[in-house]
Design a protein around this ligand. Structure first.
Ligand code: SAM
Length: 276
């Protein structure tokens, strides 16, 4: 589909559209419709079930913000789990922390991993690292079978539809609490406040009932619906707003900074209202 425009419908009445240079791969996998295309504006881009997943040009924002906020909040994150994240971007960021001894990735769809390695090498390139254990499995089942195992868990899943529908339930968050160690932290991408306010409100309510420290932070992701993205963090002990200055070590990033670590929790009024 070269020269054509690809539109992602973000609601029934609104979407974003982008000019495609060439289609690289399309396939109906066992779980979702996978498309990889080269776009004029954003480089190679992965779509699942018609939704933008990641692009070569703006991927760093999401992957840095999912990974570095919880990893700098935890004093010594040795074991990390990523649920979803088959494009490899979160794992690449996790490995920038020397404390991490083992990073497990559990994505339900091996085709996402396969085609991300082929067409998004700068995003997926660390999935072969010796500290990484990649498993093709349902993250919901993996969590259900885990106990007191992880310091940090990141839920980098698709939207709460299709295979990811269970990954936004209170039962899943209770399972995450069980899978975490006694001072563990988890973060989940929780979509945008313009079109998914109810989702954010429900997740905040559910997580607050399970974790003593629950917060919401944001980042600007131009290719995601509305461009304003949120992340929900649930922590058994450590507060992301109380990280000591000497905890932040130098790290190679393009978006995350230790100042932004704290500032990203300052919310516009209509977003803050979703957390109360
Ligand atoms: N950053 C993107 C976002 O915020 O929408 C997500 C990118 S990542 C590619 C999403 C991954 O979640 C996909 O590879 C998909 O296969 C995976 N996924 C969906 N449901 C899952 C489940 N139940 N268990 C594990 N992985 C799942």
């Amino acid at each position: 589909m070269s020269g054509l425009w690809y539109t992602e419908k973000q609601t029934e009445n609104f979407g974003i559209t982008m000019k495609i240079k060439q289609t690289l791969h399309t396939e109906q996998t066992d779980f979702q419709y996978l498309e990889m295309a080269e776009t004029e504006e954003w480089g190679n881009m992965l779509f699942l079930d018609g939704m933008v997943m990641t692009s070569q040009r703006d991927e760093f924002v999401y992957h840095e913000m999912v990974a570095h906020v919880p990893l700098f909040t935890h004093p010594n994150p040795e074991t990390v789990l990523v649920v979803g994240g088959g494009d490899g971007g979160v794992i690449r960021e996790v490995l920038k922390h020397p404390e991490v001894k083992k990073a497990t990735l559990v994505d339900i769809d091996g085709k996402v991993i396969e085609y991300s390695k082929k067409y998004l090498p700068e995003i997926a390139g660390k999935l072969e690292d010796e500290r990484v254990d990649v498993r093709v499995d349902d993250g919901f089942m993996h969590i259900a079978n885990s106990e007191n195992e992880y310091d940090v868990i990141m839920v980098d899943s698709t939207e709460p539809v299709g295979p990811a529908v269970n990954l936004f339930t209170k039962g899943f968050y209770a399972g995450i609490a069980k899978a975490l160690k006694e001072d563990g932290i988890f973060v989940a991408q929780t979509d945008n406040p313009w079109f998914k306010a109810d989702l954010i409100r429900e997740v905040q309510r559910d997580v607050k009932e399970i974790f003593p420290v629950t917060r919401l932070y944001t980042a600007n992701i131009p290719t995601y619906p509305s461009g304003l993205w949120t992340f929900t963090i649930g922590s058994k002990k450590h507060d992301p707003l109380e990280v000591k200055e000497d905890r932040f070590h130098d790290i190679d990033t393009k978006y995350y900074t230790k100042e932004l670590h704290k500032a990203s929790f300052v919310l516009p009024k209509f977003v803050k209202d979703l957390t109360e």
